[in-house]
Write a protein that binds this ligand. Structure first.
Ligand code: CUA
Length: 373
């Protein structure tokens, strides 16, 4: 029996090659009710099924194997060490298992005698060996963790990130900044410079995780944690909540944008500014509807009388890459859909479905928000 199969994973096609199951040497041997051949076929399938995952993992945005900074590289090295250690232990265990099956397949199970030698093997193989392996893995992990965070100079800028169900509030509240401001779900950092991030939670435990830049750290209600990030290359790094925090945990993502010093300064200046005045009559109508309607009960747009702080600050929402914490692309059509029926796009989110806007009003509000660059 042979076959060729293709699987698409993460946008790339992985060819599994030709798999042969035809020559199973112990095909007729039975151990209990499980055939040796069945075990072997199952093992082959499991191994093949994990291939596309491994292949996709190398280049995916949430890969821990491609570190984008000093800390990211340490995480990548630790991950490779753990993968290789686990593979060696697995291969050794399976080799012993198969050797045991092959050696004893004609023996009567009731005649097996646990001699002194057999017991010693269990003590060494089942007790001492795992203890040694786990201790080595533990110490290597501790050493890797102990070298975080990278040293930050006293003047390293710091920000505060607050985890909410299911979005990230980002406060640029560094005392060295001439004006603090609040944004959401998108963090800009200067490339080549260490920044300190204070992490708190408004409700339940979340976990801040940007695999390209750092390890994970929890956001714990009533406690403040700190993490340092140092991006060596300009670009965008995807982040994700890594602690189950309720229904939309999986849609609690964010973006870290590492800017050149000039772009970073320009971004800070842009974010510190209050919202632009409407660019046209449609945007003006949108602002009226936004500030006079239900939106202003939860959101802030600095420079208007919408000042509620329950939901993300929308002062410059049009400049962000995503909507709904990394769930959706940020464009006019998606903004309309989000306003009109957030519950169909992110069920359980605190953003209600707003049915009171007619088509033109919906377009006006979305157009206004998209104009807030
Ligand atoms: Cu927040 Cu999971």
């Amino acid at each position: 029996m042979s076959r060729t199969r293709r699987t698409s994973a993460g946008g790339c096609t992985v060819r599994h090659g030709t798999v042969r199951h035809g020559t199973v040497r112990h095909g007729t041997a039975r151990y209990g009710t499980v055939r040796y051949g069945t075990v072997r076929r199952l093992a082959t399938r499991v191994a093949l099924a994990t291939l596309p995952v491994a292949a996709a993992g190398c280049q995916a945005p949430m890969s821990t194997l491609t570190g984008g900074g000093d800390a990211g590289r340490r995480v990548a090295a630790l991950t490779w060490f753990l993968i290789i250690a686990a593979a060696v232990v697995y291969a050794g265990t399976m080799a012993l298992f198969v050797a045991g099956l092959a050696r004893n397949r004609d023996r009567d199970p009731s005649a097996v005698d646990l001699t002194e030698r057999g017991t010693g093997f269990i003590v060494w193989g089942g007790g001492v060996m795992p203890a040694v392996v786990l201790t080595v893995v533990f110490v290597v992990g501790l050493l890797a963790m102990g070298r975080f965070p990278a040293e930050a100079s006293e003047r390293a800028p710091h920000f505060t990130i607050t985890g909410h169900q299911w979005w990230w509030q980002v406060d640029y509240d560094d005392p060295d900044l001439p004006g603090s401001f609040t944004t959401a779900n998108e963090l800009h950092v200067p490339v080549g410079q260490t920044v300190r991030i204070r992490l708190v939670s408004a409700d339940v435990i979340h976990s801040f995780w940007v695999p390209g830049l750092q390890g994970k750290i929890d956001l714990i209600p009533g406690d403040t944690n700190e993490i340092r990030i140092h991006a060596e290359k300009a670009g965008t790094y995807r982040g994700q909540c890594a602690e189950f925090c309720g229904m939309q945990h999986a849609n609690m993502a964010f973006t870290v944008v590492a800017d050149s010093p000039e772009s970073y300064a320009a971004w800070i200046a842009g974010q510190q500014a209050v919202a632009k005045d409407p660019v046209d009559s449609l945007a003006a109508a949108g602002r009226e509807l936004f500030t006079g309607g239900p939106c202003a009960m939860c959101h802030t747009v600095r420079g208007t009388n919408a000042r509620a702080q329950v939901a993300p600050d929308l002062t410059h929402v049009g400049s962000r890459l995503t909507l709904a914490a990394g769930t959706l692309p940020n464009d006019l059509g998606t903004m309309e859909a989000w306003i009109a029926n957030a519950q169909s796009l992110k069920p359980g989110a605190k953003m209600p479905t707003l049915t009171q806007f007619n088509g033109r009003e919906l377009r006006a509000v979305a157009h206004y928000l998209e104009s807030l660059k």
